[in-house]
Design a protein around this ligand. Structure first.
Ligand code: FAD
Length: 569
């Protein structure tokens, strides 16, 4: 590294998910080698890997791409410092290698960021952290250019003046990487589509089709039109994240549940207090767990917690004790910050699709993925990490190919390994020096980061002398009206919420969740999608309801259980 990337194959088409009605017609019209169920990072990664190897791929997502856990993570592409405690050395090594590779394949979208880890407890604890960080570098093979180092008093005074000095034993700096999880997932889906995968959102699988004892496809509903249709496929992979047990039940009713989901919340705080460009690994005063505070877009993203959950996977709630726990962690280390509940811009609650293991406590549940093969020949993927999605996809497609070959089918190897397939290549642009993880991204950098080589289209008028493509959507923010049209045409945004939450991330980072521009966005989307005024209003109301579930006041449960200690992400 850095190595050169493969020239993309001639069969690569446009970087676009394409017009949805045409993609649905395609899904109905032929038999696919593989049907992937679930459009999170795992499903999209599998679609990309399989398409790169030359298989014909259909992918359906029940809601929007990345609307499940893949938009609700800590946004780290990391080796996983915490997993060293669980002796998951193999996972840390694999994740560290992916961290390096993804920075190369998706420059700007995945970017390195320094973390400061202050230690206030005993000298012994300080030595333990030092040993852990040395091991972290060692397991990564010392291949990252910047290894950890102990910060001097002068470093701390100069660069982190707000950090609590009272009782500080030492502070270390190490590197991990940060991303925008939903954007990364969308980008993987678009690259998969450019290699021939047919990916459609808002299309839940309602039943699996069976011929003799073999699964041969799925019945699907188009949630936008309400129409049912069928997809024929030689092999089906279930990548349903926390919905995996529901999907497995469609295949084999009455099987024991495999999942043990845990819930993790994050809070979004104003980004102007913590030093720009640095993330912090903070020890929660309540229980000694690590809590990360990461510069993300123009905000500080703080999390996470870890508690068991068995409610509705689509809308996991949060409670005020969890919010206070995270606020305390930040205020304890930055006493002058004095963050209070009223400062919280948004709350994100997500579920880890962990696989249960008899006799294991929450904190011991591995972040490794598991492949499950059902009697009718369906493969299901559970567990895993955003960071290791490419490896999970590779192993899943290996298993798919083994099964299809055993059934007498043969596939010419297209010779493309996703290790060489760029995700965010910028043609004629250097990656922006300041990436998504760093607050204060300039508008041009923002566009390059979000759209790669397509960025210049955002500032060009869509018709000669017409449509003011470059008009701002929200005062003081880098978003442009042209992004709305782009998202509808190329990224399959079909609801206002798709755009505001998975594409712009207004839901999490903007004042009042960006509701100030919701009407305007609905009007632009409406032009493309044929919404009348009533439908536009309905879209805004739906988005307002979603925004409410991410704001502190009405959604929070007042008398909650304490968040469980244990390892998180
Ligand atoms: P999902 O993203 O949930 O995708 C599954 C999809 O399947 C959903 O979109 C769902 O709508 C769809 N689906 C369900 N049923 C159907 C159906 N019937 N038909 C069609 N589609 C269906 N990992 C990291 O590497 N770094 C981190 O910093 C990190 N932080 C995390 C923090 C938290 C709090 C959590 C919860 C997780 C974190 N993770 C992290 C883990 C990572 O986010 C997940 O492992 C990953 O996003 C899981 O992706 P997935 O595609 O398996 O699941």
């Amino acid at each position: 590294m850095p190595r050169s990337l493969s020239p993309l194959p001639e069969r690569q088409g446009e970087l676009s998910l394409g017009p949805r009605p045409e993609r649905i017609a395609e899904l109905e019209s032929r038999e696919f080698d593989l049907l992937v169920v679930g459009g999170g990072i795992t499903g999209c990664g599998i679609a990309l890997d399989a398409a790169a190897r030359g298989l014909s791929i259909a992918l359906v997502e029940a809601r929007d791409f990345a609307s499940g856990t893949s938009s609700r993570s800590t946004k780290l592409i990391h080796g996983g410092l915490r997993y060293l405690r669980q002796r998951e050395f193999g996972l840390v090594r694999e994740a560290s290698a992916e961290r390096r590779l993804l920075q190369h394949l998706a420059p700007g979208l995945v970017s390195s960021i320094p973390f400061v880890l202050p230690v206030y407890s005993s000298r012994w604890e300080s030595l333990t952290y030092r040993a852990g960080l040395t091991l972290y570098d060692l397991v990564a093979g010392f291949r990252d250019t910047t290894q950890h180092r102990r910060l001097s008093n002068e470093d701390i005074t100069t660069h982190h003046p707000g950090m609590r000095r009272d009782g500080l034993k030492s502070a270390y700096r190490y590197f991990d990487a940060v991303t925008d999880d939903a954007r990364l997932t969308l980008q993987v889906a678009k690259v998969a589509a450019s290699l021939g995968a047919v990916c459609v959102n808002h299309a839940p699988v309602t039943a699996l089709l069976r011929q003799a004892s073999r699964t041969t496809g799925a019945a699907v509903t188009d949630s936008i039109t309400g129409r049912d249709f069928r997809i024929k496929a030689r092999k089906v992979v279930l990548a349903g994240g926390v919905w995996l047990d529901d999907l497995l039940a469609l295949d084999t009713p009455r099987v024991a549940p495999r999942l043990a989901p845990t819930r993790g919340i994050h809070i979004v705080l104003p980004g102007d207090y913590l030093p720009a460009g640095t993330a912090f690994a903070l020890t929660a005063p309540a229980d000694g767990r690590l809590v990360f505070a990461i510069p993300w877009h123009h905000r500080t993203f703080v999390g996470t917690t870890d508690s068991p959950y068995d409610g509705d996977p689509a809308n996991p709630p949060f409670n005020l004790a969890e919010v206070d726990y995270l606020l305390d962690a930040v205020n304890h280390h930055f006493p002058d910050a004095g963050f209070v509940r009223a400062d919280v811009v948004a709350v994100q609650s997500g579920l880890r699709p962990l696989i249960s293991r008899a006799g294991r406590g929450l904190e011991d549940l591995s972040r490794r993925h598991r492949l499950i093969r059902t009697p009718p020949g369906v493969l299901a993927v559970g567990g895993g990490k955003l960071t290791t999605y490419r490896r999970i996809a590779g192993k899943t497609v290996d298993a798919v190919l083994r099964d299809l070959t055993a059934a007498g089918m043969h596939f010419p190897d297209a010779g493309l390994d996703t290790e060489n397939v760029p995700l965010n290549r910028r043609i004629g642009h250097e990656p922006p020096a300041r990436a998504c993880g760093v607050s204060g991204l300039a508008p041009t950098d923002y566009l390059t980061w979000a759209y790669g080589a397509h960025a210049p289209r955002m500032t060009q008028p869509t018709t000669p002398g017409g449509d003011p493509a470059g008009r701002e959507l929200l005062p003081g923010r880098p978003y442009l009206e042209s992004e709305v049209s782009y998202s509808v045409r190329r990224e399959m945004a079909v609801n206002l919420s798709d755009f505001m939450s998975q594409r712009l991330r207004c839901l999490l980072i903007d004042h009042d969740h960006g509701l100030a521009c919701a009407g305007r966005v609905a009007a632009i989307m409406g032009k493309h999608l044929g919404w009348d005024e009533r439908e536009q209003l309905r879209q805004v109301e739906n988005y307002r309801a979603l925004a409410t579930r991410h704001s502190l006041t009405p959604n929070a449960l007042p008398s909650p259980p304490q968040p469980n200690p244990g390892s998180a992400d």
